[in-house]
Design a protein around this ligand. Structure first.
Ligand code: ZN
Length: 90
């Protein structure tokens, strides 16, 4: 298929996220009061997709939450089992 506007693939959604990451971080951290949504920690905060991109989630603030690194890892390890990104399909 030639390069054409197809429905947002995982890769294009990932690119959108990367492009806007800094801005999104500021918006979501501000909204969540610079604290982890799970445990309330204010250390090592990360931006987390509630519905992971690989599962069809988008990068709008509604689908993003503030998580500390520990909670993000806990959540992430569960998501990783189904993560298709190591197969080269976009
Ligand atoms: Zn936490």
């Amino acid at each position: 298929m030639p390069r054409h506007r197809k429905p947002r693939s995982y890769k294009s959604r990932l690119n959108v996220y990367k492009k806007h990451k800094e801005k999104l971080r500021a918006v979501v951290f501000e909204r969540d009061g610079y604290a982890c949504c799970y445990c309330g920690s204010t250390d090592n905060l990360t931006l987390d997709h509630i519905i992971p991109l690989v599962h069809g989630g988008n990068s709008r603030p509604e689908n993003l939450q503030t998580l500390c690194l520990r909670c993000n890892r806990k959540k992430g390890s569960r998501d990783l089992r189904e993560d298709p990104s190591d197969q080269a399909n976009g």
